[in-house]
Ligand binder design. Sequence first.
Ligand code: GDP
Length: 449
Amino acid sequence: MFETLSGKLGDVFERLRKRGALTESDVSEALREVRVALLEADVALPVVKTFIDGVKSRAVGQDVLRSVTPGQQVIKIVHDHLVEMLGGEAGAEDESGINLNAVPPVPVLMVGLQGSGKTTSTAKIALRLMNKERKKVLMASLDVYRPAAQEQLKILGEQNSIPVLPIVAGQMPVDIAKRALQAAKLGGYDVVMLDTAGRLHVDETLMLEVAAVRDAVQPHETLLVADSLTGQDAVNVAKSFNERVGVTGIVLTRVDGDGRGGAALSMRAVTGKPIKLIGVGEKVDALEPFHPQRIAQRILGMGDIVSLVEKAAETIEKEEAERLAARVQKGQFDLNDMASQLKQLRKMGGMSGVMNLLPGVGKVKQQMAAANVDESVLKRQEAIIGSMTKDERSNPKVIHASRKKRIAAGSGTSVQDVNKLLKQHLQMADMMKRMSKLGQKGFMRSMGA
Ligand code: GDP
């Protein structure tokens, strides 16, 4: 997501930055391009208009144009406005963004259209609250219409050890909701997540039912789940739900897809409600807090280093990272170490997962695609190392022609691939040596710690 937009804005700003002095018309011209880029990313028209007007009124001021780095200043203004448009830094004050400041069990109502990712998000949030905030969470499905909806939540609960309210055949949504609250009270739960039924479109029956459940349980949070791939539709759905049942926050799903980003960008401005969490994959742990500042930086091609380091810290095994750091410090880096690094990298979501968080992504990504660097390459490299003997891994110098042939055959690759890997290892080992000479404690350690 955001890649096309990021690429376009990157071009506009690169031109601005290169010029020493800027006139008012230079800025207007650049903003015209920003406007088109935002509209092409499917951002709602009124939101674009307010955004551009806001930036313009500040960017054409004398102070900015006369400054030493007018280009940079304009970019900073765009950045600040973007952060504001995405909701400012407020929504992200705590990790889940979900407000649980009430007498337990706190009811959280999940609403949205069918297929938006509501049930999956319910389980994702429950798991997050359990693991990160040590809450006791009960889930209940109020979807009595879609065949197997209740069953789906039950299975998700069983697979992830999340308690689910037992299904009682024939019971209606409001009664299920009341029963869930009662069970949560008796069971000493902190949170009850209520997964309501969705429809394919916003309709009167759906709204009435959700409103009836809301009145019965008085939810502390009502989270609207919206599919970011549906662009402006997602925003319109959020608007309707907010008007009819009142929502307290938005969960945007499929942010891992190749949506144009319009939903994420307009959601806050149109509904006035914060995006609290984003779904970034099908797995139950693919949920992240929404940080306007980080997203803005990603869109502007400044990268999202904070998320990258956090991600690394979460996925890299600490002991392994420390072992590696110790070896690097001594200037040692053999093929075992390289295999371990490749594995860690793959666990972080492979190249594409990591690349999305790096600065200047658009261009590098294109280059990588052209060079065909992807997860399959990582896997192949691991396979090559896997086909070596222990001795070869710790002492790559012994790998001569006949051994290369054997390794290539064993890993289903070519001698050329083996050579490439060995060369890459030499380069990495060399870099590690230099790092150790610099006396740095090492990047690895800071990641694992
Ligand atoms: P519901 O009808 O709103 O309850 O939707 P579901 O929770 O059943 O989700 C519909 C489909 O979308 C499922 O296959 C989910 O795995 C998938 N899904 C949900 N959230 C995400 C997400 O953030 N990213 C991706 N890639 N898929 C998702």
